[in-house]
Ligand binder design. Structure first.
Ligand code: ADP
Ligand code: ASP
Ligand code: MG
Length: 411
């Protein structure tokens, strides 16, 4: 008998019929003799609707109330799934984050899970109950409801699997696994049989939304093997796991894009020690993650500083940066929300040169201008005009031999 954690995403529980299908799949795994904890997202589109309501109400909603609101979608889906299981004759019980409790820090809308008390769940499992847990939410130490960031149900699932030391952690979604790029953009993308934690971390942080970044961080830290697979069929999906020898033979394993960032430039800043700290400390104090940063060579003691922030935090960031720019005597602030970050990822890159230049050549052959570049051991990212996103992803995917036919030929 194994302990199985399954997570179903929004599209998999998007209608009553789909919830009934999920219930049948859960029941099947349970009938095979497993203990079951099921983590669910809100029904497809529901969280977006709640976000839109908050935005319609006010420009800068209270962070506490925002989380109370956007956590509501999962309350609906856990109850419906539990009802579906009960009407099939199974014992099932739903839990909101605070009822478990799943404790988080108090960073509203991007809270981190700190501790999961598993005694309630264990007791239910012990008496044969299927436990249905609301993804995406927790509670802080002052009893406020918190949410874990968009896509956060993946993290709830992996954290629950780690806390319960589950034997299996399955992320069931609307694709068959992790592909070499988003299959919605490149239908020729190939499914990866397995992917290392480090590659998946890069892919998730660079925009591949199939798994939320924090879920991969959790999986790596607690060594949880995550099986990403379709909720609609029994095809084996992709195992996210520790790196093994054959992963290194592939130079580039994936191409990702991220359209959720915006660029801010502070013009003609006095180039002296402490300027970067003055500029970025207020942003980090406001919990805004700055991503790529470029500082130009200075001319006559003045330099330009350009960086990217999540688009969701853009308005807040711009306001803060404009205030700081005035204080530090910069000439002005420019911004651009129409950017995309395109990246190539692969652990094999570590031991090979020429990958970055091949990426730049491929983009330039299509007339795509590169605005910013950043690299790490296993990735290269370029910021480009967002209208070229699909084109860039397609040509890079082909240039690095990732199309299905190309991969098949090599085998
Ligand atoms: P869920 O609602 O199940 O959480 P998501 O929409 O969050 O599902 O994630 C699945 C989607 O991620 C897919 O439909 C696909 O378009 C997208 N995606 C982006 N990059 C990849 C990739 N490399 N491999 C697979 N899917 C990807
Ligand atoms: N419902 C939340 C969202 O839409 C969490 C999730 O789906 O994982 O972001
Ligand atoms: Mg998701």
């Amino acid at each position: 008998m194994a302990l199985v954690v399954q997570k179903y995403g929004g599209t998999s529980v998007g209608t009553i019929e789909k919830i009934q299908n999920v219930a049948r799949r859960v029941a099947r795994t349970y009938d095979e003799g497993n203990d079951m904890v099921v983590v669910v997202s809100a029904m497809a589109g529901e969280t977006n609707k709640l976000v839109a309501l908050a935005e319609a109400m006010c420009e800068f909603p209270s962070e506490r109330e925002y989380d109370v609101l956007v956590a509501a979608g999962e309350q609906v889906s856990i109850a419906l799934l539990s009802m579906a299981l009960q009407s099939m004759g199974y014992k099932a019980k739903s839990y909101l984050g605070w009822q478990i409790p799943i404790y988080t820090d108090n960073a509203f809308s991007k809270a981190r899970i700190e501790e999961i008390q598993d005694s309630n769940i264990r007791e239910d499992l012990h008496n044969g109950t299927i436990v249905v847990v609301a993804g995406f939410q927790g509670i802080d130490h002052d009893n406020n409801i918190t949410t874990l960031g968009r896509g956060g149900s993946d993290t709830s699932a992996v954290a629950v699997a780690a806390a319960l030391k589950a034997d299996v952690c399955e992320i069931l979604t609307d694709v068959d696994g992790v592909y070499t790029t988003d299959p919605r953009i490149v239908p020729e993308a190939s499914k990866m049989e397995k992917v290392s934690y480090d590659e998946m971390l890069e892919m998730a942080s660079l925009g591949s939304k199939v798994l939320q970044l924090r879920s991969v961080e959790f999986a790596k830290k607690y060594n949880v093997v995550v099986h990403v697979r379709s909720s609609l069929n029994d095809n084996p999906g992709t195992l996210v796991m520790k790196e093994d020898a054959d992963m290194e033979t592939v130079l580039v394993s994936g191409v990702t894009y991220n359209k959720d960032e915006a660029k801010i430039s502070v013009m003609r800043v006095p180039d002296k020690p402490g300027i970067a700290a003055q500029l970025f400390t207020p942003l980090s104090a406001a919990n805004i993650m700055v991503d790529m940063i470029i500082q130009n060579i200075s001319h006559e003691g003045l330099t330009d500083m350009t960086f990217t922030v999540p688009r969701a935090d853009f308005k807040k960031a711009l306001k803060i940066v404009e205030e700081t720019a005035a204080k530090i005597g910069a000439a002005g602030v420019q911004s651009n929300q129409s950017i995309a970050k395109i990246s190539i990822v692969g652990v094999g890159m570590r031991s090979h040169s020429g990958i970055a230049s091949k990426m730049f050549e491929t983009l330039s052959a299509e007339g795509v201008n590169i605005q910013m570049i950043s690299t790490s051991e296993i990735k290269v990212s370029c910021v480009i005009d967002d209208k070229y996103t699909e084109l860039a992803v397609r040509v890079l995917h082909e240039a690095f031999g990732l199309d299905k036919q190309q991969v098949a030929q090599e085998k």
